[in-house]
Design a protein around this ligand. Structure first.
Ligand SMILES: [Zn+2]
Length: 301
């Protein structure tokens, strides 16, 4: 018979979920490595999901480039890679389910109108019974979450207007919104732990509410400090972060490990990537990670 401790082994299921809008940069490497090490240090599974729901932002070939880069960095995933673009019928089923409960309504407010009314959506269309076709769809917020405990950030408080918003689950252009699909994917893939960048703290509150609405246990969340190029400026595809080097994964990996609070010994500089990751799995702890980046990227890497 398994002891309780052993039966828990392998039950951890984490994931890395890049959007294929460009190559991996140092910030996405930190998120990939952080989620990988968190899973592997708990003898867990690490899954990869390509978040290609926002089709206008998808760059042709970026998905395979991302997967090849992960392989070059020794970040080997478990189970088949999931693509959101192939899961439309799952999202549709849940939309129908929410709709049948009277939880979904159409909204035709433009960004400009919302801005003129004070910058926050004010339930303007809740009772208007607008047609669903060619309008955005909003979910009635019955489970607002205004604070939660994060494994790195501690107690997180969310502004009331964000916590209570009837947010959009399907856009006017017919595309499902990130808020909806990310929760459905995490449920479907039995994700137990989410490790990702701190730019997603506010979406996490909405996602926690949606797990409640759908009567599913939410994963535990750990939000990593953001990589900044200078104070306050996040490294991202939008500000043209350079791609990490597929041919030479070790310098970026060692820098990412230091960013995650680890101190790789000098002799690892000449080790191969698999040995570096073995050392990192054995050394990793969420407790070693600081809430915010201590220095900008230019000093760290
Ligand atoms: Zn509206």
């Amino acid at each position: 018979m398994l002891t309780p401790a052993l039966s828990n082994q392998g039950s951890y299921r984490g994931r890395f979920a890049p959007s294929p809008s460009g190559p991996l940069h140092f910030g996405s490497l930190v998120a990939a490595l952080g989620s990988f090490l968190a899973a592997k240090s708990q003898q867990g599974k690490w899954l990869v999901r390509i978040e290609d729901i926002d089709t206008p932002r998808v760059v042709q070939g970026a998905d395979s480039d991302i997967l090849h880069t992960l392989e070059a960095y020794g970040l080997h995933w478990d189970e088949t890679v999931v693509y959101q673009s192939q899961r439309h019928s799952i999202y549709q089923d849940v939309q129908n389910h929410l709709q049948s409960q009277g939880l979904v309504y159409a909204c035709q407010c433009t960004r400009k109108e919302i801005k003129q009314r004070g910058g926050f959506y004010d339930n303007h269309c809740r009772a208007l019974n607008l047609p669903f076709a060619n309008n955005a769809l909003r979910l009635r917020q019955n489970f607002p979450v205004d604070s939660f405990t994060d494994q790195i950030q501690g107690q997180v408080h969310i502004p009331r207007n964000i916590a209570w918003e009837d947010y959009i689950i399907k856009r006017r252009d017919g595309l499902y919104a990130y808020q909806l699909v990310v929760v459905l994917d995490d449920i479907d893939q039995h994700i137990t732990h989410v490790v990702r960048g701190a730019d997603l703290l506010e979406p996490t509150a909405r996602q926690l509410g949606l797990f409640k609405q759908l009567k599913h246990t939410a994963p535990r969340y750990a939000h990593l400090p953001l990589v900044v190029t200078e104070p306050g400026l996040k490294l991202s595809k939008q500000n043209h972060a350079p791609a990490i080097d597929k041919q030479n994964p070790i310098p970026a990996t060692l820098a990412a490990l230091r960013f995650l609070g680890l101190l790789p010994p000098k002799d690892l500089n000449s080790a191969d990537i698999e040995d570096i990751l073995k050392w990192a799995i054995a050394s990793f702890s969420l407790q070693k990670i600081s809430k915010v980046a201590e220095k900008p990227l230019s000093d760290a890497y």
